[in-house]
Design a protein around this ligand. Structure first.
Ligand code: FES
Length: 164
């Protein structure tokens, strides 16, 4: 498994929080998805090995919870908060504007492979709603104008990457 060192150490630490290793299945899946954006096939036997359980036990959890993504996401991950403050301040419109910019729908990969847009729950910045997380960067008060600016930035970075 190609995980960041920080994820690997969080995984080792999380396992110690549970009297039975098996109980760490959900937290491990969350940590892996946070790191690489989805749960690849190889993660299932890997987690099973870590927790000393059968791969089928991990597979059952992955397939039960719809929040676990089995396919890779786009290069950039745009997460739009949809919890109350952000919803009241236009989070749904913000999400729709990003979908339009990248010609995609929530949960899918844009046709150029560049972005995946998702709704997420409260990002702990309710006072500056609507809030958007792009990869690891938080953006506040993301209205239509800011969607445009952020989208242009992403497109510009893509063009520069393709040039180099
Ligand atoms: S409701 Fe969106 S950051 Fe809290």
């Amino acid at each position: 498994m190609n995980l960041k060192p920080a994820t690997l150490s969080s995984i080792d630490e999380v396992i110690t929080h549970y009297p039975s290793k098996r109980s760490a299945t959900l937290p491990l899946l969350h940590l892996i998805q946070e790191d690489i954006g989805h749960i690849p096939e190889e993660a299932i036997p890997w987690i099973a090995g870590k927790l000393e359980i059968q791969p089928i036990n991990v597979y059952e959890v992955v397939s039960f919870y719809p929040m676990f993504r089995r396919q890779p996401i786009g290069r950039r991950h745009i997460k739009v908060c949809r919890t109350l403050s952000c919803a009241l301040m236009g989070g749904y419109k913000t999400c729709a504007a990003f979908e339009q910019e990248f010609n995609t729908h929530r949960g899918e990969v844009s046709p150029d492979g560049e972005v995946t847009i998702d709704f997420v729950e409260c990002l702990a910045s309710c006072g500056t709603a609507p809030v958007v997380l792009i990869d690891d960067d938080l953006h506040e008060k993301v209205d239509a104008t800011k969607v445009k600016q952020l989208s242009e930035q992403i497109k510009k970075e893509k063009a520069e990457r393709l040039k180099s």
